[in-house]
Write a new protein. Structure first.
Length: 119
């Protein structure tokens, strides 16, 4: 069976935009995130808030090429960009930090400096 890639039109557009910015700015991080998002849904990264809290520092920016779930809490300010968030994870993140979609982070920082991939 031939692998077709994601069928979600929003995800397809995001992957194309990530690859375009990676080529324009020479930022390999966007290509890596696009590769991760192109995987089947069952292989994409899923990460809970307690792990984000454990592996990040104050005022850090992280990208999760997948979904963020709400198990745990944040005890410091962190900006989290992800493809999707669970509803309760969004509430918890916005109390202490900032949750944004990946395409918004792409517009804020097209060169991808000081961004980490988690998951």
């Amino acid at each position: 069976m031939k692998r077709t890639g994601p069928t979600n039109p929003l995800l397809k557009g995001l992957i194309q935009e990530l690859r375009k910015k990676a080529n324009e700015h020479g930022a390999k991080i966007w290509k890596r995130i696009a590769d991760d998002l192109e995987k089947p849904a069952r292989q994409r990264r899923i990460i809970n808030l307690y792990k984000i809290n454990k592996y990040t520092k104050e005022n850090e920016t992280v990208v999760v090429p997948g979904k963020v779930l709400s198990v745990g809490d944040l005890d410091h300010n962190v900006t989290i960009a992800a493809f999707t968030f669970s509803g309760s994870a969004l509430d918890k993140i916005n109390k202490k930090g900032k949750a944004i979609p990946i395409n918004e982070l792409l517009k804020e920082d097209p060169k991808g400096k000081k961004i980490r991939i988690l998951g």
